[in-house]
Design a protein around this ligand. Structure first.
Ligand SMILES: Cc1ncc(COP(=O)(O)O)c(C=O)c1O
Length: 406
């Protein structure tokens, strides 16, 4: 590169970096800047965050399977036997024999013929939605669906329509005007990740039958938590056999990494041939597959873990309400305290952290404007002392801030 080109390159870089810095400053001024914190311990009820021990109310390791000894042992053995990487996409060289076992296990828990594992829940959504829909089709998506569903819809050439959150009347209005479309897909979170409420799946299924629509549920936060056998939202409502396409993740209650779709043999075969995030991405490390299999096994054989999780959640909800916090109604392990203002949410979270409690502030674009919140997630391993200490911190912080819970 000659010196003139080098100067241009330098100028271009300065210009680019100034523009990026201005964008970051803008986020900072509106209380929307994000930054990384460092976790220096295993993800249990108490963690070391940036060098300080805190009570963690921000983990999706709901029933502690990330640190379960049987799960760790299975992962360690798989590393010894198969090494640390998959070496290629599943269709080329990376279809480790552990996939078949894991997929059969997921299909059993989900009560479906088959399942397909992806590298993440995000990948499962952005691959499956555009594979199932295209030009001439209609996707009906709940207003509070996860970003990976939104991105999956964006990648599809189908027409997209949003229906109001959990509003089956609005959904029906939309369906009633959908006759001109070739196919219809209704897609919803099972348990909403930032609100903690459960989608009205029985009503959605009835509408799908009436208007000949497919239903896909993202059970990221329901799997391993809801249902008699931990099968998730579909099992919770007894809707097995109703043809709901069940997508989910192995990264929350199952404690590891990976996404999946569970459904019929034919749908799985179709995805193997059409889901681009499956076709063009490296397979998961063998240890991750072995860990997920062992974790689902522990989840199935230790129902008391999810019972304790939900009883901890009930207890914390009750105590927060008694302490005067207004919560969104719900029954799951995700407990949001809506604060409205982005800056207030950040200040509240910072003040909690200073008192040894980590509850993340959730702001746009993760949640709609004006609904910034603290998202509390409970774990089965939280002790009564952990939760008492957390409540005391919430109350102390509230008394020091001009706080107005909605
Ligand atoms: C509802 C929902 N779907 C999908 C995902 C993505 O899953 P993963 O983290 O496995 O990519 C998440 C993760 O936050 C989620 O909450």
């Amino acid at each position: 590169m000659n010196s003139l080109n080098r100067s241009y390159a330098l100028l271009y870089r300065m210009d680019r970096n100034e523009w990026l810095k201005a964008k970051i400053d803008q986020l900072n001024q509106t209380g929307l800047q994000r930054s990384l914190r460092t976790v220096m311990s295993a993800p249990t009820g108490r963690i070391v965050l940036d060098g300080h021990e805190v009570i963690s109310l921000g983990s999706n390791n709901y029933i502690g399977l990330s640190v379960n000894p049987k799960v760790i042992k299975a992962a360690a053995e798989a590393i010894q036997e198969f090494g640390v990487g998959a070496s290629g996409s599943r269709l080329m060289t990376g279809n480790c024999q552990l996939y078949a076992k894991l997929e059969a296990k997921i299909a059993t828990v989900k009560n479906t013929e088959a399942a397909l594992v992806f590298s993440s829940g995000y990948s499962a959504n952005i691959s499956t939605i555009p594979a199932l829909t295209g030009e001439g089709d209609l996707i009906l998506s709940d207003a509070l669906n996860h970003a990976s569903i939104i991105d999956g819809c964006r990648l599809s050439n189908a027409t997209k329509q949003i229906y109001r959150h959990c509003d089956v009347i609005h959904l029906e209005e939309r369906l009633a005007q959908s006759a001109k479309f070739r196919r219809r897909l209704i897609v919803t979170d099972g348990v909403f990740g930032m609100d903690g409420d459960i989608a009205p799946l029985p009503n959605i299924c009835n509408l799908a039958d009436a208007y000949d629509a497919m239903v896909m549920v993202d059970d990221a936060h329901g799997f391993g938590v809801l249902g008699k056998n931990g099968g998730g939202t579909v099992e919770h409502f007894g809707l097995e056999g109703r043809g709901i396409i069940q997508m989910g993740t192995l990264s929350k209650a199952i404690g590891g990494l990976g996404g999946y779709v569970a459904d019929s043999h034919v749908l799985i075969e179709f995805l193997i041939n059409h889901a681009r995030g499956f076709m063009f991405s490296t397979g998961l490390p063998p240890a991750t597959l072995a860990a997920a299999y062992a974790a689902i096994d522990v989840m199935q054989t230790t129902p008391e873990l999810r019972h304790r999780l939900l009883s901890n959640a009930r207890w914390l909800r009750t105590r927060l309400i008694e302490a005067g916090f207004k919560l969104l109604p719900g029954e799951t392990q995700i407990i949001p305290i809506i604060l409205g203002d982005e800056k207030m949410a950040s200040r509240f979270a910072e003040a909690l952290l200073a008192r040894g409690v980590y509850a993340p502030a959730i702001r746009p674009p993760t949640v709609p404007e004006g609904t910034s919140r603290l998202r509390i997630s409970v774990m089965a391993s939280h002790t009564p002392e952990d939760l008492e200490e957390a409540i005391a911190a919430f109350v102390a912080v509230r008394s020091g801030l001009p706080f107005n819970s909605h």
